[in-house]
Design a binder for this molecule. Structure first.
Ligand SMILES: *Cc1c(COP(=O)(O)O)cnc(C)c1O
Length: 376
C-alpha cells in the first residue's frame, strides 16, 4: 500500500468495500516497464482498469492503448488519446464497432480468423492488421488460451490474403497468458512466431511488427520475477531471431501497470466456525466474487490481506463474500491464515487489487452496490 493510499484510508474512512488507487504508482509502473523494454511501444490494455484518471495519466506519458470494445476506444479518446495511438486488439468485434472505430481514425486491428479478416476488409478498408497466434499459456496464473489465436499454418495463409483484400498485413501477435510467472513463456512464443515472421517476409509480405501481448505479473502472495528479467529474456530472444533487424515491438501490459497501484478495503461481516471444534474459521467479507474479486475463481489470483491484528496469533481460514451464492467463496484450499482476533466490523485490506477488480463487479447482485472507487 502506498503512503498516499494509507493516508486517505485513515483520514476519510470511506464506506467499504472500496478500491483506492494511487495514480502516481501507475506512472511509476509505466516508467519501470518502459525502462525495462525501451525498444517496445506500450499499448496499455484498457480492460485491466479503464478509469478515466488512469487513462489520462497514461496519455500524458505518451502511452498507446489496446482497446477491446468500441466503448474502450471511446474511453481512450475521451481521455485525450489520439486515434493513431489506439489498437483494436480484440479478435472478436461487432461490425458496428469496427465501422465506428475506423470512422474515428483507429487504424490498427487484430484478427485470428478468415471471417474477421473479411469483416475488417469490408468495414475498415486499408487498415493495418495483425494476426494473433495461439501460444502456450503454461506458467500463467490466469491463462487466456484456447479462446484466441490461430495456428501458424492458418495465420500464414490469412496474412498472405490480407493484402489482396486491401488491408495492410502489419504484424503478428500472441499473449502468453495473464499473470505469467516465467520468462520462458515469452522466449518460446517469440521463437515460434519469429519463424512465421521470417517465412512471411521471405514470401514478400511487408511485415513490420511483433506484438508480444501482456502477461507481465504483479506480486501477490508469492514472489514473481523482476520486470528486468522479462525485459532481458525478451530482448535476448528477439535479437537471437531477428539480429539487428528488429521489427517494431509492441507490448500490451494491463496488470503490471495498475495491479499494485490499488488496494481494496473491506469489512469483516462475520468470522465463524462451522462447529465449535472446527479449526478452520470462515471469514465473510463485504466483497466477494461478485463484488470485483472474480479472479479468485479457481483460487487463481491470491491477494495478500492485511488486518488490524497483524503480528498476533493466526489460524487457518476460508474466505468468502457476502452474497447468498454458494460460488461466492474466494479461498478455501489455498491455506490462508488470518489473526484469531479478527472479528466482525474489522477493516481488512486486499493488496494489489488495482487490476481486473473495479469493472469485474456485478451491478447489483443480491442488492449489493458496485464497488466504490477513489483515484488519488
Ligand atoms: C487482457 C489482455 C492484455 C493484458 O494482459 P495482462 O496480463 O493484464 O498484461 C493484453 N492484450 C490482450 C489482447 C488482452 O486481451
Amino acid at each position: 500500500m502506498t503512503p498516499k493510499i494509507a493516508r486517505f484510508l485513515t483520514q476519510y474512512q470511506p464506506a467499504t468495500p472500496c478500491l483506492v488507487l494511487d495514480v502516481d504508482r501507475v506512472e511509476e509502473n509505466f516508467r519501470t516497464l518502459r525502462d525495462a523494454l525501451p525498444l517496445a511501444r506500450i499499448y496499455y490494455a484498457v480492460k485491466a482498469n479503464p478509469a478515466h484518471q488512469v487513462l489520462e495519466r497514461l496519455v500524458g506519458l505518451s502511452s498507446h492503448f489496446d482497446a477491446a470494445s468500441i466503448e474502450e476506444v471511446d474511453a481512450c479518446l475521451d481521455a485525450g488519446a489520439l486515434p493513431e495511438a489506439i489498437s483494436f486488439g480484440n479478435t472478436i468485434k461487432k461490425v458496428s464497432a469496427i465501422r465506428r472505430a475506423h470512422d474515428v481514425g483507429v487504424s490498427m486491428f487484430a484478427f485470428d480468423s478468415r471471417e474477421e479478416l473479411e469483416k475488417l476488409a469490408r468495414h475498415a478498408p486499408g487498415a493495418r492488421v495483425y494476426c494473433r497466434i495461439l501460444v502456450e499459456n503454461e506458467g500463467a496464473d490466469w491463462p487466456l488460451s484456447r479462446k484466441f489465436g490461430t495456428t501458424i499454418e492458418s495465420a500464414r495463409e490469412l496474412m498472405l490474403q490480407a493484402g489482396d483484400l486491401g488491408l495492410d498485413p502489419y504484424g503478428l501477435s500472441f499473449h502468453v497468458g495473464s499473470q505469467q510467472t516465467t520468462t520462458r513463456a515469452y522466449e518460446i512464443a517469440i521463437g515460434k512466431v519469429a519463424m512465421l515472421f521470417t517465412d512471411l517476409t521471405e514470401a514478400g509480405i511487408n511485415l513490420r511488427m511483433m506484438n508480444l501481448g501482456g502477461g507481465f505479473p504483479t506480486r501477490y502472495r508469492d514472489d514473481v520475477p523482476e520486470i528486468d528479467q522479462f525485459g532481458n529474456a525478451i530482448m535476448t530472444a528477439m535479437t537471437e531471431h531477428f539480429g539487428n533487424n528488429l521489427p517494431d515491438m509492441v507490448i500490451e501490459p494491463g496488470r503490471f501497470i495498475v495491479g499494485d497501484a490499488g488496494v481494496v478495503q473491506a469489512e469483516v461481516v462475520l468470522a465463524s466456525r462451522r462447529d465449535k471444534n472446527d479449526p478452520v474459521r470462515w471469514v465473510y467479507l463485504d466483497i466477494g466474487r461478485f463484488g470485483g474479486l472474480a479472479e479468485t475463481e479457481g483460487e487463481s489470483i491470491k491477494y495478500r490481506i492485511t488486518t488490524p491484528h497483524d503480528g498476533t496469533a493466526m489460524g487457518p481460514v476460508a474466505i468468502a463474500g457476502p452474497t447468498c451464492d454458494g460460488a461466492d467463496i474466494m479461498y478455501e484450499k489455498s491455506n490462508y491464515r488470518l489473526p484469531l482476533a479478527l472479528t466482525s466490523g474489522d477493516r481488512v485490506e486486499l493488496l494489489s487489487t488495482g487490476a481486473y477488480v473495479s469493472t469485474y463487479c456485478s451491478t447489483k447482485f443480491n442488492g449489493f452496490a458496485p464497488l466504490a472507487e477513489y483515484y488519488l
